[in-house]
Design a protein around this ligand. Structure first.
Ligand code: DC
Length: 229
């Protein structure tokens, strides 16, 4: 008989659906490690961009990918810090430009292959709440709980806009909405590991929910599912 050592909660969905905010919160409440996998793709994109390699340049990416050494650290607030070859790039990867680069580069097989083991390794060694696009379908298909978060594009764009404005970035709502829709399309239509719900995922639409309500809905789904184990 095999004993199951760790719990895994997979949270997938498009940009602005509330994944990170809620996944972080749920992880804190449960005492699990929160893994934001989008940040890992952003970090790879950042590295390539730094060396002048575009996100579609498969040869260039293949040449440099072995140099990407990523360490994930957490501060006292549970905020995930991305350490790229010894340097903390947590802030730098959060720009609209890096969102676009991450979305394009994440369609590259060499990048997905490189990161797959790293993500699975984290789940092998910790209880995790992992968020992304393909966690329930590809990275952790055996996850104990799978949640697919959605919300109307206008609401997601508004959340993203508020987030960026709060950081002092000058952005236009219309542009944020356009970028978000373009990114949804790219993430949904790529060949490898596209954004889509796992067959056994519970769907949660956060369009009309504030953070408190969405977190409460998510926690009740998780409690119910974990209770069945
Ligand atoms: O969650 P995010 O917005 O930080 O993700 C940035 C991009 O990374 C997203 O547009 C697609 C890609 N991504 C992915 O392909 N697979 C994941 N598991 C997470 C993110």
């Amino acid at each position: 008989m095999t004993t199951k050592r760790n719990y895994a909660i997979a949270i997938d969905g498009p940009a602005g659906s509330g994944k990170s905010t809620m996944a972080r919160r749920v992880a804190k409440d449960l005492g699990f490690v929160y893994v934001d996998t989008g940040a890992i793709y952003r970090t790879v994109g950042y590295h390539m961009d730094f060396y002048g390699i575009g996100p579609k340049d498969t040869d260039g990416i293949t040449r440099l990918i072995g140099d990407v050494n990523i360490v994930i650290e957490y501060d006292a607030d549970g905020l995930q810090h991305m350490i790229l070859n010894g340097r903390d790039v947590t802030e730098e990867i959060r720009t609209p430009e890096m969102s676009k680069i991450a979305s394009v580069i994440s369609a590259q097989k060499v990048v997905r292959d490189y990161l797959l083991d790293m993500q699975r390794q984290l789940a092998r060694t910790h209880n995790v709440v992992m968020d992304g696009r393909d966690i329930g379908t590809v990275v952790l298909p055996g996850a104990d709980v799978k949640i697919f978060l959605t919300a109307d594009p206008e609401v997601r764009a508004r959340r993203r806009f508020d987030e960026l404005t709060a950081k002092g970035e000058k952005v236009q709502y219309e542009k944020v909405l356009q970028d978000l829709i373009a990114r949804d399309e790219q993430d949904k239509n790529r060949k490898i590991a596209p954004l889509r719900p796992a067959k056994d995922a519970v769907h949660l639409d956060t369009t009309d929910l504030d953070i408190e309500q969405a977190a409460a809905a998510m926690e009740s789904i998780i409690k119910e599912k974990l209770g069945q184990r």
